[in-house]
Design a protein around this ligand. Structure first.
Ligand code: CAA
Length: 261
């Protein structure tokens, strides 16, 4: 198992928790931290014990306060392109991994932090969370997918307003506009994220993986191509023992024991 400097990776039962842990900089994402997040997510994806992942930030103040401004300040275009690629790589890992990832946003999720949360499957937030894309205050634009994922999540008009004003919004507003799914008192956030992760982990792991793939990949396709993809993934599940187990258990009025096979 690799050892991380700015990330904590823990597995408890079926659930892996990846914590961005660079509290002195409010968990800001420098290149090394981005790489470590990608490695930790890859570790969770390859760990046969793990069925669901929670991604959060260390401390009470921040999920992630953005890309690391002190690392970016003197970058030229070539370095900035590479830095954006490193951020994009984390988003790509999140898009393509076989297991779901819940973002548990415990504080500031700004710039690259908001983008990181958006690349997860859905967001649970503490009532202390604050979201925003404040890059225009720094003379730049979002670089880790915010201009693309934010409008897809909350609609073009609302995304445009956030990206163009750099305004921060609180958890209630984030809930109202559909950026986050649920808001909890700060002390309950991780328990509630864990409850949801446990619920997901109790289902057939291959069904969860294919459902996730159908929704994610389908969003990039026409309705017709998306329905084709869904039908193929649906059919593939009938080649698994989990499908037999799930349906036989229902008919026998007992709970299913899924093995991910
Ligand atoms: N990069 C580097 N360091 C950061 C940081 C960031 N994004 N955010 C916070 N920090 C550091 C601060 O410099 C400070 O360090 P020192 O103690 O060494 O001075 C420490 O974290 C604590 O921060 P503050 O003293 O500023 O804490 P605060 O409570 O007064 O303010 C805050 C909190 C409103 C989040 C404020 O820190 C802030 O505005 N941070 C920057 C937010 C931002 O602009 N994010 C977008 C970055 S650009 C980006 O992400 C581009 C992209 O899409 C790829």
């Amino acid at each position: 198992m690799p050892s991380y400097e700015n990330v904590r990776y823990e597995v408890d039962g079926f659930i892996a928790t990846v914590t961005v842990a660079r509290e002195k900089a409010l968990n800001a994402l420098n290149r090394h931290t981005l790489n470590e997040i990608a490695w930790a997510l890859g570790e969770a994806d390859g760990d046969a014990r793990v069925r669901c992942v929670i991604l959060t930030g260390a401390g009470e103040k921040a999920f992630v306060a953005g890309a690391d401004i002190s690392e970016m300040v003197e970058q030229g275009a070539t370095e900035a392109r590479g830095f954006a690629r490193a951020g994009r790589a984390v988003g790509d890992v999140l898009e393509n991994m076989a297991k779901p990832v819940i973002a548990a946003v415990n504080g500031f999720a700004l710039g690259g932090g908001c983008e990181l949360a958006l690349a997860c499957d859905f967001i649970y937030a503490s009532d202390k969370a604050r979201f925003g894309q404040p890059e225009v205050n720094l003379g730049v634009i979002p670089g880790f997918g915010g201009t693309q994922r934010l409008p897809r999540r909350i609609g073009a008009g609302r995304a445009m307003e956030l990206v163009l004003t750099g305004d921060l919004i609180g958890a209630d507003e984030a809930l109202r506009i559909g950026l986050v799914n649920k808001v909890f008192p700060a002390a309950e956030l991780m328990t509630e994220a864990r409850k949801c992760a446990d619920k997901i982990a109790s289902k057939g792991p291959l069904a969860i993986s294919y459902a996730r793939r159908a929704v994610r990949k389908g969003a990039e396709l026409s309705l017709s191509a998306g329905n084709d993809l869904e039908a193929e993934l649906f059919a593939l599940l009938f080649a698994t023992s989990d499908q037999k187990e799930g349906m036989r258990a229902f008919l026998a009025k007992r709970s299913a024991n899924f093995e991910g096979k």
